[in-house]
Design a protein around this ligand. Structure first.
Ligand SMILES: [Zn+2]
Length: 451
């Protein structure tokens, strides 16, 4: 075997005997095997009594190992190891094996490649097992024994949210703590219930909790109570996106109401009805981002988005008012600062109240209920407004992991996997852990054998 091939296979740091070692590749089966003989060491000591260079060579033994090089996932190594007999104590021993840990047939290099592949978001244990030609149990056991991640320290800006998973947690939701500035998952908790979370946070030292300056959340009352209880020094912020989403939902109810009101126009094949049916989405769009292009409507008119909106609003005054209020809030959300937010928001709440649109009652109630938290969300940290935006992106990735796990029930393993995938610098344990996170299901009941 020449030096080039030894280097290509990543074996150059191992003392292999190049003259007697060789590789074989069968293109029909793509079986790649390397036959390796090791260089004889100058100094061989007996593992039992420690006497150096006092032995007789009794032959050699071969064993098959699974190996991966930098470019190839599945290579077999047939390793020939000399056997010795110690002259002073009579102990039989073999040459050391530089590829694997004791009593294992998969090389450390391959294990590392499997662990590296497990960082992939779009791969599950089964697909990795297939790729590396090992069993699924091998991959999960390796992961459990080499990856065991602790909670990260609480950050200054902390986002919380939940992700639905029917089977993974007893309470159907996993609670996620996220740091938007490091883009890291701080921890995953298997319940979003108040008492479980209070219990969870009570185990964190007070000094660490006091470090949290901003607590960002969606509009869920429980989390606000939780923040007040567990993080008395933190400023609670409501995520602006969720506020707008709620207001838009109220606006949709008004739109549907208007649609029904003008339902009779459908029979007359009126232009207004069809325009409204097709282009109502323009009403919820950010008006500064509307396109200026003309497009052809059903009645062969050429109109811009702005003209369509104006036409829609011109028919119904309630709709016009509702539209203006929604966009006034959007404008406030974009342009307000921490200094003028409180006054501006009060003004808007008053306008919502005095509009007397029944569908907007939940909207102003929501704004009133979350007034302080909405104002707080205009605070800036490192130049960025406090928001759950980065976390929503991370949640999408978490949902991908959930989806690819096909209803896994193993929460500890899933928690490790999420943090391992999402936090780029998550460490691997130096030593293998003794236990795995194998899911203990119900014991199997009695069964009748077929006769
Ligand atoms: Zn000995």
């Amino acid at each position: 075997m020449d030096f080039e091939s030894i280097k290509r296979l990543g074996l150059d740091h191992i003392g292999i005997d190049a003259t007697t070692s060789f590789e074989s590749f069968d293109p029909s089966t793509t079986n790649h095997t390397i036959f390796i003989h090791l260089l004889k060491l100058d100094e061989i000591s007996c593992p039992l009594c420690g006497v150096v260079n006092d032995y007789v060579c009794t032959g050699s033994r071969s064993q098959i190992l699974k190996y991966s090089s930098a470019v190839e996932d599945n290579i077999s190594i047939k390793l020939y190891r000399r056997t010795f007999k110690c002259k002073s104590c009579g102990h039989n021993f073999k040459e050391s094996n530089p590829f694997t840990e004791a009593k294992r047939s998969t090389s450390l290099h391959k294990d590392m490649k499997i662990l590296e592949a497990l960082k992939g978001l779009n791969l599950n244990y089964t697909s990795i097992a297939k790729r590396f030609n090992v069993s699924v149990t091998y991959v999960t056991n390796l992961f459990d024994k080499k990856v065991d991640l602790n909670r990260l320290p609480l950050p200054e800006v902390m986002c919380v949210d939940e992700v639905y998973s029917k089977r993974l947690s007893h309470h159907k939701y996993c609670f996620i703590i996220y740091s938007p500035y490091d883009r890291k998952i701080i921890d995953v908790v298997d319940s979003r219930r108040m008492n479980n979370l209070i219990d969870y946070f009570s185990r964190i030292p007070l000094a660490e909790k006091n470090n949290v300056k901003y607590f960002s959340m969606d509009l869920y009352d429980n989390y606000r109570d939780l923040a007040k209880k567990c993080f008395p020094k933190a400023i609670i912020c409501a995520d602006s996106f969720h506020v707008i989403k709620n207001l838009s939902q109220c606006f949709h109810r008004i739109r549907i109401h208007i649609m029904k009101k003008y339902g009779h126009l459908k029979d007359n094949n009126d232009n207004y009805y069809w325009l409204f049916k097709k282009y109502w989405k323009l009403l919820t769009k950010d008006s500064s981002k509307l396109s200026y292009k003309h497009f052809e409507t059903r009645s062969n008119q050429w109109m811009t988005c702005r003209e369509v909106i104006d036409y829609m609003l011109s028919i119904d005054s309630d709709l016009k008012l509702a539209y203006e209020l929604l966009h006034e809030y959007r404008n406030f959300n974009e342009k307000a600062t921490i200094d003028n937010a409180s006054e501006w928001l009060d003004e808007i709440i008053l306008k919502f109240q005095s509009s007397h649109i029944p569908e907007y009652i939940p909207a102003w109630k929501l704004l009133l209920n979350w007034r302080n938290e909405i104002i707080n969300s205009f605070n800036r940290h490192n130049g960025y407004r406090i928001s759950n935006g980065p976390m929503e992106r991370a949640n999408l990735d978490i949902k991908t992991i959930f989806r690819l796990s096909f209803g896994s029930r193993n929460f500890p393993r899933m928690r490790n996997r999420i943090m391992y995938v999402m936090n780029s610098d998550s460490p691997i344990l130096y030593h293998r852990k003794e236990t795995t996170n194998k899911y203990r299901g119900k014991p199997r009941g009695k069964y009748k054998k077929h006769i």
